[in-house]
Write a protein that binds this ligand. Structure first.
Ligand SMILES: [Zn+2]
Ligand SMILES: [Zn+2]
Length: 148
């Protein structure tokens, strides 16, 4: 049981870490052609950038498929990656970008921090000069209480 939780957390953590790295060095690098569809206004509901979500989702499905019989680390890491993906969808696609209008602007200060950090990432629609590449791993300053 403990092992399962450990591998779920590992899958989750690896997603944020590799996601940060991929976003900063590949998406805002050689893969900018795909990722820029997320930084520029789009006419349709789907963006070419959604390919990244499909890619990570595909990895999770393969891992779960390979590990489901033995219920080994592959299965649990697949579960961790899927959990990350779902949370990413709710926080990034729904809460921040409002692709589905399920929530209003967050009141919770942690959610507000995530929100502001990702908005800061979108201040630019260019390949260069973007900040705050993670979803959870973002500079502390965004979580400071708002003075109004
Ligand atoms: Zn970006
Ligand atoms: Zn975004």
């Amino acid at each position: 049981m403990l092992k399962a939780i450990g591998f779920i957390l590992l899958g989750f953590l690896l997603m944020e870490l590799s996601g940060w790295f991929i976003h900063k060095y590949l998406m805002h690098g050689p893969l900018w052609k795909i990722h820029k569809t997320h930084h520029q206004p789009s006419k349709s509901f789907f963006e070419l950038n959604d390919l990244f979500s499909l890619f990570f989702g595909g990895i999770a499905i393969v891992l779960i498929f390979l590990g489901v019989e033995a219920l080994d680390f592959r299965f649990w890491m697949g579960v961790g990656i899927s959990t990350y993906g779902m949370l990413y969808f709710f926080l990034h696609d729904v809460l921040v970008h409002r692709r589905l209008k399920w929530f209003d602007r967050p009141k919770n200060s942690w959610l507000m921090g995530i929100f502001k950090a990702h908005q800061a990432h979108h201040k630019t629609n260019q390949k260069e000069g973007a900040v705050s590449f993670g979803l959870f791993l973002v500079p502390k300053e965004y979580f400071k209480k708002e003075e109004q």
